[in-house]
Ligand binder design. Sequence first.
Ligand code: MLC
Length: 479
Amino acid sequence: MTRRLGALELIEANVDPGSWHSWDGPIAPADRDPEYEKALLQARERAGTDEAVLTGRARIEGHDVALIVSEFRFLGGSIGRDAAERIVTAVRRATGERLPLIAAPSSGGTRMQEGTPAFVTMVDISRAVVEHKAAGLPYLVYLRHPTTGGVFASWGSLGHVTVAEPGALIGFLGPSVYEALNGHPFPDGVQVAENLVAKGVIDAVVTSDRLAVVAANALALLARPAKVSQAWVPDTAVVTLPRDPWDSIQLSRHPDRPGVRELLRYGAGDVVALSGTGAGEPGQGMLCALASFQEVACVVIGQDRRAQASGGPLGPDDLRAARRGIHVAQQLGRPLVCVVDTPGAELSAEAEERALAGEIARCLADLVQLTVPSVSVLLGEGCGGGALALLPGRTRIAAEHAWLSPLPPEGASVILHGHTRLAADMARRQRVGSHELLTDGVVHAVVPEPVPAHENPEDFCRRVSAAIGSQLLQQLPTH
Ligand SMILES: CC(C)(COP(=O)(O)OP(=O)(O)OC[C@H]1O[C@@H](n2cnc3c(N)ncnc32)[C@H](O)[C@@H]1OP(=O)(O)O)[C@@H](O)C(=O)NCCC(=O)NCCSC(=O)CC(=O)O
């Protein structure tokens, strides 16, 4: 395990040399009870800081940023009114100076010596952070060991991207407080960074010595706003000969056909993976990431066909994860890439009761309202409402052997004929293949597959990536 760093150590280890400028003014004297005053004096001596947070401006790998960093040795990084005021002032200043903001909390939550007046400052901090994000500015969070209570429940949980220190204790109530109040220990292994990543609460675990690299990567992707060009009209290209869609359907189901993971691996750069909804739903069937295609930095939401096949069907949580990605793209003004690749959404009682249909509808609603450039990519299987949910990009492209249909052709055959034997015929009649999609104006371009994608995944992914980049570039303003 890497050594846990104090506030100044973390700052010095991650900012460009000589670039740190503190924004903190002196803490004003106040009429406090003598015991608390004594605790503050001791905390200052122990921590070497004048409060439990430090704020300021710095450069990280060339990016100008504002930083808010907790010092746990100062009364457990707890937030009293002075610390809160310092945070709010720094967030507002970052917004005013249009600086991306990075917060690195480590805290026992509300400062117990101050009680409720301190507790309610979490509202002020949250308001400032929300206003910062509403101004289209990135907010990244690095949760350090330990982050608990109202800090985790306010500015610790509002990041566009949230990463955490390996092994960090991160939880709402501290485990010793829980045990004392409930008479039994809190279950092991729950309030741990790695578990929260697996459960879709936070995005990734990052060692403190890699924070600068990860932050710089995310900032490079997030810091340049993009709005769709007024002059843009979709470009269409006819590049394929008619194919039997049934052949395409068979090829799209080939176990080695590359999916969204391979597309990111071979066709994208600067990938920063996001984990699920951030709200405790891992969204295994939906991959969300920040990435760049042909140098265009964007948000990617993509249906992971293999994960769906191995027990994680495309369910309501996946669609909520997608909506998180849509909101990040809209809020930060980044283009959005939607990758469609699904044998169909989850068919289960649980999915119904957790609003599968409603989430499909809300994905559609969110996408049709986007004002940033967007492209939907039919990569392989495009089956039913699950596929429809990610279809409304401003431009839509299809791989040559991708297809789109209202339900599996086998299902269509059952509806009309009472058996699955006429599935191939139904696929032909329902105009599901890429050639028909192009002819009918459902997609604007088709990416040729000179050989089926599974025979040369790298080449396929590079072709799709080039098509994505080109579609996005066409939508961006030229100046
Ligand atoms: C964060 C911890 C898990 C860390 O445990 P550790 O064993 O590493 O450290 P520790 O307990 O010795 O704490 C280090 C020092 O910080 C102090 N300390 C910790 N939390 C504090 C707090 N909230 N206010 C004031 N001081 C605090 C401890 O008294 C101790 O002081 P000394 O060294 O002098 O002994 C634990 O401190 C803890 O459970 N804190 C409370 C977490 C919590 O439940 N917060 C909810 C608060 S209410 C809230 O925030 C509002 C809300 O929930 O919405």
